[in-house]
Design a protein around this ligand. Sequence first.
Ligand code: SF4
Ligand code: SF4
Length: 106
Amino acid sequence: MDKYLKALKQNVCSICVDSSEKGACTLNDKETCAVELYFPQIIDVVHKTKAEKLFDLQKELRETICTQCRAQEAGNCYLREDANCSLDRYFPLIVEIIRKVDAGKL
Ligand code: SF4
Ligand code: SF4
């Protein structure tokens, strides 16, 4: 898990709009990062998926993660709609870094 977290910090947090110039997360105590909160489940979905297209994998992620996230109501998420969910914003990059860690490239 540590290697995935390290890769996340180095490759996603570093370019996240919610991070400082040095890549430190700037969310406050009342805000939650969906990537951090659901990272083990996200990794699990990426490992178990049979989807070949990113679009299908994104659908699977939403079905697994968004359904347990309290920000979503009846399939709608105000954070996603405002491009304010880190998981939704950086999902292709997150999938890429998980796969690179698996391949020993990160
Ligand atoms: S919001 Fe999430 S992805 Fe963005 S810097 Fe904070 S921990 Fe990293
Ligand atoms: S898109 Fe919304 S429901 Fe899905 S993980 Fe992000 S904040 Fe939660």
